[in-house]
Design a protein around this ligand. Structure first.
Ligand code: SF4
Length: 446
């Protein structure tokens, strides 16, 4: 039987005044067992609560009257009390299958859990679900959901998902759509598989008859250097990317006039690698595919531009900075040209040297070039290589996106270890346009 393990009890909360403690397990509330945090939230929306608790095999019941529907003040060890649902696929492009060995166990978990989709925007395939899971989504209005489809041609989808038989995903999608569950679709684009005519077919299919689909996002397959024995995949050539962006552009124009939004969105990486300008913010509307990273670059640039506008030119004065003040920011190779432009404007306004150090991802190898997957050793190697032709900065900015919840980089490095090895102070910056400009201004004003 699943139970909710209490991790933290907020001081002064109802839970604390009723004697709940970290390590207690809630087995049921008002007789209802709890599968996950969603069940918990439904159950506590009552003003008379009877909690069944177990602590080290001792069972007790706690009655809480909550006329004001206050939060009980509990934090749990996990959101999924009955365990995570893992995937039933063997996708040809699976990123987890291409991870280097020796990372933390949690990184290798192939989650495919609709509750994580609702709670955190994780993409799910719907292939491991039972009919009562679909009923629950509809009854409990777990909307929006984020669904990976990749292709609507059943044979192609089965091949891409590494399944022997075709699945019932589209029927399930239809049920959800007809029940007004808001759906955001992801297609991982693999050259020679689901692009070109297959892509047109998929878009046409999804755009007709699935009113619940609010957006479709196309993202490029990510290929690391650890693909031995896996399905032979390659990344897109630049010319193919140009064609894909143009092909998608025709659909976007059509949907703009028919649906009032682009509806189909393409990954920032496609625009940047294809040499296209990033679309303006109006294109993204309320950024429906931000969970997929689509539009993050536009947001970053616009936020930085807004901040830069508010910095007067005349702050370029020597009394608030020393002439030898040098700042450098590390970033992935993909984003480096965009960040460099922002850094140049900022340097011009502040009088501080702000360099951008594009860091190559050796840890994952292959074609991985995004900032979020940079490791401590990559940063150290990247900075050292860059120093061969540049002056050592006083401060190196590292975006927080490379840190996990424990403050560690993917390879277990701490920011302090990076700092020691590169011989410059490391400052962690929020990975956003305003975060970047704010951090530089904070350093400049010191
Ligand atoms: S659904 Fe596919 S891509 Fe996702 S974890 Fe499973 S095998 Fe990997």
């Amino acid at each position: 039987v699943s139970s909710a393990e209490i991790l933290e009890v907020i001081q002064g909360s109802l839970a604390e005044t009723h004697g709940l403690k970290p390590g207690d397990h809630i087995v049921s509330i008002n007789g209802r067992t709890l599968r996950d945090i969603l069940d918990y939230q439904f159950c506590v929306a009552d003003n008379h609560l009877v909690l069944e608790l177990v602590h080290e095999s001792e069972r007790r019941f706690v009655r809480i009257e909550n006329p004001g529907f206050e939060s009980l003040g509990l934090r749990f060890a996990t959101s999924l009390f009955d365990g995570i649902k893992t995937c039933a696929n063997k996708c040809v492009f699976c990123f987890i299958d291409q991870l280097p060995p020796g990372m933390r166990d949690a990184v290798y978990v192939k989650d495919d859990d609709f509750r994580l989709s609702f709670l955190y925007g994780n993409f799910v395939t719907l292939t491991n679900m039972r009919d009562d899971d679909i009923d629950r989504i509809i009854d409990d209005r777990l909307s929006p959901l984020y669904v990976s489809i990749h292709a609507t041609n059943p044979e192609l989808r089965a091949r891409m998902l590494g399944r022997k038989k075709t699945d019932t995903t589209l029927e399930r999608l239809k049920r959800l759509s007809d029940a007004d569950i808001e759906l955001h679709i992801q297609m991982v684009m693999c050259p020679g598989l689901n692009d070109k005519r297959e892509l047109d077919g998929s878009i046409e299919y999804l755009a007709n008859g699935y009113d619940g689909i609010t957006s479709v996002g196309l993202v490029p397959v990510g290929l690391t250097g650890y693909r031995q024995g896996l399905y032979p995949l390659r990344s897109f050539e630049k010319q193919e990317i140009i064609e894909l962006v143009e092909q998608a552009g025709v659909w976007q124009d059509k949907f703009e006039s028919e649906k009032g939004s682009a509806w189909l969105y393409i990954a920032d990486e496609f625009y940047i690698t294809g040499g296209f300008e990033l679309p303006p913010s109006q294109h993204y509307g309320d950024y429906p595919q931000i969970e997929n990273g689509i539009g993050l670059s536009r947001l970053f640039v616009d936020e930085a531009a807004d901040m830069l506008d508010s910095i007067p030119e005349d702050e370029h004065s020597s009394d608030n900075t020393t002439p030898e003040s040098r700042i450098a920011s590390v970033t992935g190779e993909l984003f480096a040209p965009i960040l460099s432009e922002i850094a140049q404007t900022l340097a011009h306004k502040t009088g501080v040297v702000i360099d951008v150090i594009p860091v190559r991802n050796s840890y994952f190898g292959g074609k991985v070039n995004v900032t979020g997957l940079l490791t401590g050793s990559d940063i150290v190697t990247g900075v050292e290589a860059w120093l061969e032709n540049h002056t050592r900065p006083d401060i190196v900015l590292v975006p927080d996106i490379v840190l996990n919840a424990d403050g560690l980089l993917l390879d277990g490095y701490t920011p302090e270890k990076v700092e020691k090895e590169i011989g410059a102070a490391v400052h962690i910056t929020e990975c956003s346009g305003s975060g970047f400009v704010d951090k530089v201004m904070e350093i400049v004003k010191k």
